[in-house]
Ligand binder design. Structure first.
Ligand code: ZN
Length: 459
């Protein structure tokens, strides 16, 4: 095969930590995993060459011997060293090793791939050798955190390396091992701090393959050289190669309404849901019937239909992860008549367009102070040009009775929001709200923080 002969070497960019950092110290730059382009090993496979990753802990005092040659985990040969080398043994404790193994298994759990630290012998397998330093493997890898051969495609029986340069940091070792093994599956560096393919600091210490289309690149966003597209999707790439692993259901709960609550037509159901890969959607079912209403992005909120009859009902939310695995949560409510601006809500709730919602005395409730959307139960934090910010709910412009007493429905963006304007001053003190009508008559309210559709978030 002559077509794919590429020999770019991606150079290590960081230095090895000389000492462990102390609290509050600026972290030294992380030794980065690197990759090496090598000739394409075999024609693309219809099926993967193996479903096994052997995590090979180089034994203390003995190390791991690697001979130069084609990528072959069964023969301990690799194209990366120029001559026979010995990587020194992994110096961290058994406890750290077990943490690395647990992390690697969790990282690859969404896929039909096994992770073992028992030598599988003379059968096809991917191998990640853990130990030593880059300089022991090749003089140009002195500052590397790991290295992998790379062709943009699967490299059968690839040997990849994770160097023992992170101290007892199991998450950092796992991040590197996950990145290097994934390079051998054809994935390149990704500009997404939650993904093991990242070079970025500052993301979660535990990385997971993200089911999102993310730009490639180390420290800037770049086009992906393998896909030829702007993005790659590591989860999709690996699941397309290996298929899904044993399903793990999402976790889901209903934040509100609480069980036994009296609610109004079009009441809002707020849902908390998490998944090890990603939530695909959440469906709202009432009395065992799918309403067809869904939420796809957090924070998950679904407004119930207007035609739910008054009386008791069972509310069920069904969360599905990207593999289609469901999880459900239920709550029982009683639907009552619509509330009015002055009547029909209990506790700290207030009435917005006939529906009781948490009011100013509830953290994140309507009219409470906020600095960003995520602090609001409505996911909508708005400020005026005097810097006053509050959580708002949508209302019907021109209909002040669609907002609670002491609030007015004022223009903001394309529609209206309930803004606290009345109350005579007694109760607003300390909440930092504008005096109201004078300000509003200026018409200067600005929508300051709409959710950015391009913002990446971790599932
Ligand atoms: Zn890399």
């Amino acid at each position: 095969m002559s077509g794919g002969r590429i020999s770019a070497v991606l150079v290590a960019l960081a230095t090895v930590l000389a000492t462990r950092s102390v609290a509050h110290a600026q972290l030294t730059e992380r030794p980065q995993p690197v990759l090496r382009r090598v000739p394409i090993q075999t024609p693309p496979q219809a099926v993967v060459s193996s479903r096994l990753i052997y995590m090979r802990r180089c034994p203390a005092g003995i190390g791991c011997v690697i001979r130069p040659g084609n990528e072959d985990s069964r023969a301990d040969t690799s194209s990366i060293p120029n001559s026979q080398v010995t990587l020194t043994g992994f110096k961290q404790s058994d406890e750290i090793w077990q943490q690395v193994m647990t992390c690697m298994r969790a990282t690859y759990a969404p896929f039909n791939i096994g992770i073992t630290d028992v030598d599988p012998g003379n059968v096809p397998h991917f191998e990640n050798i853990v130990g030593g330093r880059g300089s022991e493997l090749s003089s140009d890898l002195a500052n590397a955190g790991g290295v992998a051969p790379f062709t943009c495609d699967e490299i059968p029986n690839a040997i990849t390396f994770t160097f023992d340069v992170y101290g007892p940091d199991a998450d950092a070792l796992c991040w590197t091992a996950a990145q290097e093994t994934a390079h051998a599956f054809g994935l390149e560096h990704e500009y997404n701090a939650a993904d093991p393919l990242t070079y970025l600091q500052g993301g979660p210490s535990m990385k997971r393959f993200q089911a999102t289309d993310s730009p490639c690149g180390e420290f800037t966003e770049t086009t992906c050289s393998c896909t030829g597209q702007a993005t790659q999707n590591t989860y999709k790439h690996i699941v397309d190669m290996f298929g899904p692993g044993a399903p793990t259901a999402p976790t889901v709960s209903i934040q509100s309404p609480s069980s036994g609550k009296e609610v109004q037509p079009t009441f809002i159901v707020r849902i908390n849901a998490m998944d090890d890969v990603a939530i695909d959607r959440i469906e709202l079912w009432i009395d065992g019937v799918n309403t067809g209403l869904t939420a796809k992005m957090p924070p998950y909120r679904i407004a119930a239909p207007a035609d739910v009859a008054q009386g008791p009902h069972t509310i069920e939310v069904k969360a599905f992860d990207v593999q289609g695995t469901p999880a459900t949560a239920t709550t029982d409510v009683t639907v009552g008549p619509p509330c009015t601006a002055s009547n029909g809500c209990s506790g700290g709730d207030v009435c917005v367009i006939g529906v009781c919602v948490p009011g100013p005395d509830t953290p994140g409730g309507l009219g409470s102070f906020c600095t960003g959307n995520t602090e609001c139960l409505s996911n909508n934090c708005i400020g005026d040009d005097m810097g006053n910010k509050a959580c708002v709910e949508s209302c019907e412009l021109g209909n002040d009775s669609s907002c609670p007493e002491e609030f007015s429905c004022i223009a903001a963006g394309a529609g209206g929001v309930c803004w606290q304007t009345g109350g005579g001053g007694c109760c607003d003190a300390g909440r930092g709200h504008p005096a109201g009508p004078a300000l509003l008559s200026l018409g200067v309210l600005l929508v300051v923080s709409r959710r950015g559709s391009r913002r990446r978030r971790r599932p």
